[in-house]
Design a protein around this ligand. Structure first.
Ligand code: AMP
Length: 361
């Protein structure tokens, strides 16, 4: 596995019962997966890393910014899933948006921007507000600025410019949703119910799954988009599709070619977790049921971990501590909360929130 963060750690923990064994590679020694599986501390493109992984039966990754060069080199000796096409598309917001357009998946209007003059021209098309993003290496809201007025344009271009950019029209969405889709080596596909995601400071804080008040039409549209992407990308594994809902329609924002934070609730909240299903898919085992076992919420622990006793005193709360060194804005763990019905979930959520996010109600 390329990358040994918390996603890798949860993948390994899901894989051991299936009899799988893991070798992780990560340039950082302080990597959560290193506590549960062998970790080689090395650059992804180093010969040490490539040699170690070439002895495996299959290679996957937990992070979409692994160098395409590393995957190209590995593919000569070992199957890598998801494949290069999905990796390359998800690394570049322009390719990603073009892929959505090609597949008939609605998305915000978008423009490739290489200069301030091109930005000015694109803004004539989008109007204000609009969102200026770096094409590559953006995550958790980093590498982007919302342009609300003409006076925002030059400073934003100065801050982000120098690298290829993308200007997007602003989607006045009512909520953010995500679809986790999985396709196995035999071509069988499955979808988890849509999750509703809430962010603060660009970082996911809370997911509700299944998302409340989702119509059959919305689910059908999301699954149609998910299936189109899986087929087009020749995809094996879990794929996350982030969506905006506006006036009853869905607009695709981005994809992640991996397991996703908005799917962590599936460990306790679904018949088969996203982690297990990703592994089943990439090693060629039949997929497990993606059915929810009841309504669930997932709360991220950001910057500090809550008191375990307080969290676990809430019925059906499940704590996951990634063993990371605390730092402001860092995802250190999460809690999944379950209940048999939506009302009980809401009551438990009200109890749990202040224990994880002091000051929140
Ligand atoms: P991203 O890095 O693309 O996931 O964007 C981070 C967050 O910025 C999203 O979760 C949205 O809340 C917001 N955002 C991104 N693109 C747009 C857009 N075109 N219109 C409105 N909000 C956006």
């Amino acid at each position: 596995m390329l990358g040994a963060g918390q996603l890798g750690r949860m993948l390994a923990l899901a894989g051991y019962p299936l009899g799988l064994r893991f070798q992780f590679v990560d340039p950082s020694a302080d990597s959560p997966a290193g506590e549960v599986a062998p970790l080689l501390e090395a650059d992804y493109t180093s010969s040490a890393a490539l040699d170690a992984l070439a002895t495996c039966d299959v290679v996957t990754y937990e992070f979409e910014n692994v160098p395409v060069l590393a995957v190209q080199a590995l593919e000569r000796s070992v199957p890598v899933h998801p494949g290069l096409r999905a990796l390359a598309v998800s690394q570049d917001r322009l390719l990603e948006k073009r892929c959505f357009r090609e597949l008939g998946i609605p998305t915000a209007p978008f423009f490739d921007v290489a200069s301030q003059a091109e930005l000015d021209r694109a803004l004539v098309q989008t109007g204000f507000p609009a969102v200026l993003k770096t094409r590559r290496l953006g995550y958790d809201g980093k590498g982007q600025r919302v342009l609300r007025a003409a006076s925002d344009v030059a400073p934003a271009f100065r801050e982000l410019g120098g690298v290829p950019l993308l200007l997007e029209g602003f989607v006045a969405f009512e909520r953010e949703l995500s679809l986790l889709a999985v396709r196995g080596r035999t071509g069988e596909t499955a979808f988890y119910p849509l999750a509703e995601n809430h962010h603060a400071d660009g970082i996911l804080r809370l997911s509700l799954a299944p998302a409340p008040n989702v119509t059959q039409e919305l689910t059908a549209a999301a699954e149609r988009y998910g299936r189109a992407l899986l087929d087009h990308l020749g995809y094996f594994g879990v794929l996350a599709l982030e969506l905006f809902e506006a006036k009853g329609s869905l607009y695709a924002n981005e994809i992640a070619p991996r397991v996703h934070n908005s799917g962590h609730h599936t460990i306790e909240g679904s018949r088969t977790s996203q982690f297990e299903n990703h592994l089943r898919a990439v090693v060629g085992l039949p997929l497990g049921s993606t059915e929810p076992v009841g309504p669930a919420a997932m709360l991220n622990c950001i910057g500090s971990m809550p008191d375990a006793r307080a969290v676990l005193a809430v019925p059906d709360a499940h704590l996951h501590d990634y063993g990371k060194v605390p730092r402001d804005g860092r995802k250190l763990g999460h809690v999944t909360l379950r209940a048999s019905d939506a009302r009980t979930l809401a009551e438990r959520l009200a109890l749990l929130r202040p224990k994880i996010w002091p000051g929140s109600s």
